[in-house]
Design a binder for this molecule. Sequence first.
Ligand SMILES: Cc1cc2nc3c(=O)[nH]c(=O)nc-3n(C[C@H](O)[C@H](O)[C@H](O)COP(=O)(O)OP(=O)(O)OC[C@H]3O[C@@H](n4cnc5c(N)ncnc54)[C@H](O)[C@@H]3O)c2cc1C
Length: 435
Amino acid sequence: MGDKPRKLQADVAVVGSGPGGATVARELARQGKKVAILERGKNPRWTGNLLSTFFIMDKRSLLFPRGSVRVGRALTTGGSSAIYCGPAVPPPEWIKAKYQIDLGEFVEEARREIGIKPLPERLIGPAAQRIMAAARDLGFNWNPMDKFIDPEKCELKCPHCMLGCSKGAIWNARKSIEEAVGLGATLVNQALVQEVLRENGRATGVSALTPHGPLRVEARVTVLAAGGMATPLLLRRAGLTEAGQGLFVDPLIITYGNCKGLCSGRDIPMTAGTVEFAPEGIIMTDLAYPWAFYLLNAYWKGWRYVPKVLGYNSTIGIMTKVRDALGGRVNPDGTVSKTITDEDRQKLEKGAAMAEKILKRAGADPRSIYTSPVGAAHPGGTVRIGQGVDSDLQTPIQNLYVCDTSIIPEPLGLPPVWTLIAFGKRLARKLASAV
Ligand SMILES: Cc1cc2nc3c(=O)[nH]c(=O)nc-3n(C[C@H](O)[C@H](O)[C@H](O)COP(=O)(O)OP(=O)(O)OC[C@H]3O[C@@H](n4cnc5c(N)ncnc54)[C@H](O)[C@@H]3O)c2cc1C
């Protein structure tokens, strides 16, 4: 016989603590609602440490992609935002124009609360400055980008955003979770949610596995926010068989070149870039992966690229990220199958060609320039508005909602976090009057 499940009762059960779930949890906790947050990952403190960052990453789709593009995500409090670089791009216009969902008020509220703005010039590192000057010389509209970073706490010589910010300068979803817990919400780490509980066709909570045995959370409303790769699995188990068919991942490449005296890996990453090609699905910014991830990527590109790591300290890089076609699926084990179409590849190649020009202009040795293999970090669109959820983010099962990248109705091609915060605030306002 198995252990008797422990029980928790709440107004709202939130599954997953990434930007979508964390925002809903915090907003409802602010309204005095009883919130339980179930997070499958641990809650480690890690600051600027490559190894511990690697441990919180989901290794399956990254290291063993099974014929698919590699998709990175983090499994920890704060979700993937715990390891992001913090550039902030507001939701695209088409969400309002095409789906009649007006996020404007919530976007502005987030801007004010978090203090989203570009970093001042003093925090834009030497490599990023050189890239920006070269891009502008060539006629690109290349500018400092909005960031989820508090410039007063940020330091120029600290490039560790992706490894956990030890200065507390970067906003990520952990901050919202901490606030929610401070207001009385319950956070259960290492709680792997297995099933949505149902009675008479309504969701009544979730069941989870924890190191201390099974856990049953009974709630008036359940919000799935386990991310674009995990939420569809929970919905499929609840009988919604279409969930997880078709996804976008915003594929990306980085074009690198050696440039004496400059190293993008020592700059604060992604401080400036261009969105002038966003309408055709291409955005670009300065970026080099931290050296160990750089080495891994060089290895994925091919053995002969591995020695490139020796020149890491004089390497500058430009990331190209593109809007891909919906395609592939989430597999039953939570990995994804996703290939790059010819159209996606053309966009990536166009970005790489522009990056090469900029790098050369910036002074990079033309013979050293190469482009990384395709990767991705924005899985979404797997439970789309209009298909898997309605415009209020409710599933066909009453009292069961989704608030993560799954709901984004079309390929985005942009950093999704600001969009998710806005959706989370909008959903919380609706739920606050319902529970
Ligand atoms: C390396 C990297 C860099 C990025 N850079 C940027 C950037 O600069 N700007 C930007 O806007 N976006 C960026 N992103 C993307 C952004 O972080 C994600 O789009 C965002 O975090 C998605 O939020 P979410 O709420 O959908 O889910 P997630 O952040 O994926 O969070 C979901 C959470 O649910 C948990 N979970 C999963 N399954 C279960 C389960 N069964 N039970 C309980 N818990 C579960 C997971 O552990 C996870 O913590 C980056 C992503 C990565 C990986």
